[in-house]
Design a protein. Structure first.
Length: 355
């Protein structure tokens, strides 16, 4: 990615930071006994692995305006807090989508549901799993706030970052509810699908992590705006790539079943474009198939339909154009040269991936 940055070493440092934080939480909750220990164990699973894009963009948003980092451990704690927020969103998202897996492992609500069933407890295993997933997502979000607040930066910049963190949480939760509502209505225009994409994922994945890191470096409103010109189109391209992977991705790589977004009935930009570009009969077939249990042959048929409609090509074109906009904004941004180089590499990594 860059001769100036060890990306794998950074991911390892983030994991170490998260592990240390959860060790402390485990000690705090130890008096509650085995049930609290199981909750912490699921928290550990939820923050293990992943691409760490949010932490990376936070880190380089900071380095963009403060090339020399006086307290690397404090910055790692701040960056890692965004991974706790991300884990919270994924746990809740898996429950709302009734997803069985996450990164090739059983999702939290399925693990807790199985524990209930195997233990022969009273009541509904499904309800127990759902309740546990809600509570795990809640505590991960609370811990994200705690970790950022206690990261070790001066009070003034910490408060500025926390203000942006509050906005981030409001955006992603409202965006998630918009997504749920769109799926319930069974219809989303291309414009509505783009709004869901922007607020549910794009902003909190790249733009807001950049802002939070920059705020911790004392960046001005104008400097944050310059990062938005880079981060927002890049975040949209990032999620559009995710939408393509949700339909065309290899399960061995993504850790999700083939055509998972189709089975879950997600009204993505890709699907909206396909419905717009397909024939009347094909659009009717795609629309009626979303959210249904699909065989491998049916997934293949829908993939071919989406490709034939021109939607896949249109999304690829959108990704290319959004990346062009983002890189052009980056090149004119008033930021450190080394940070600019790494951010350019991160932009490519975020949008040209198979996972």
């Amino acid at each position: 990615m860059s001769s100036t940055w060890d990306a794998e070493g950074f991911r390892s440092s983030v994991q170490t930071t998260l592990d240390a934080f959860l060790d402390a939480q485990a000690g705090l909750l130890a008096p509650l006994g085995a049930d609290a220990s199981r909750l912490v164990a699921q928290a550990r699973v939820s923050v293990t692995g992943g691409k760490r894009f949010r932490a990376a963009f936070c880190y380089w948003g900071h380095r963009a305006f403060q090339a020399a980092v006086p307290d690397e451990a404090a910055l790692l704690r701040a960056c890692s807090s965004l991974e706790l927020l991300h884990a919270s969103a994924l746990v809740h998202d898996d429950l709302m989508d009734a997803s069985d897996t996450r990164r090739g492992r059983p999702s939290t609500h399925r693990v807790l549901e199985a524990q209930h069933r195997e233990s022969g407890w009273r009541g509904s295993p499904e309800q127990y799993g759902a309740a546990g997933a809600i509570l795990l997502g809640d505590i991960l979000q609370a811990w994200a706030d705690e970790m950022l607040r206690g990261s070790g930066f001066p009070v003034a910049v910490t408060l500025a970052a926390l203000g942006l963190f509050d906005v981030t949480r409001s955006e992603v939760i409202a965006g998630q509810f918009l997504d749920v509502s769109v799926q319930a209505r069974g219809h989303a225009s291309i414009e509505t699908a783009m709004t869901v994409l922007r607020y549910k994922s794009a902003k909190y994945s790249i733009e807001r992590p950049l802002h939070i890191g920059a705020a911790l470096a004392g960046a001005s409103a104008g400097e944050l705006e310059a990062l938005s010109a880079f981060g927002l189109p890049l975040g949209e391209a990032f999620q559009l790539r995710d939408d393509l992977l949700g339909v065309y991705g290899d399960p061995a790589t993504t850790g999700k079943p083939a055509g998972d977004d189709l089975v879950e009935g997600k009204r993505t930009v890709l699907v909206a474009l396909a419905l717009d570009g397909a024939s009347v009969e094909e659009a009717k077939l795609l629309d009626s198939s979303l959210g249904q249990q699909l065989s491998a042959a049916e997934v293949d048929r829908l993939r071919a339909l989406i490709t034939g409609s021109g939607a896949q090509e249109r999304v690829e074109t959108m990704i290319t154009e959004l990346c062009r906009q983002a890189v052009a904004a980056l090149e004119s941004a008033p930021i450190d040269g080394a940070a600019q180089e790494v951010l350019r590499g991160l932009a490519a990594a975020a949008t040209q991936r198979a996972l």
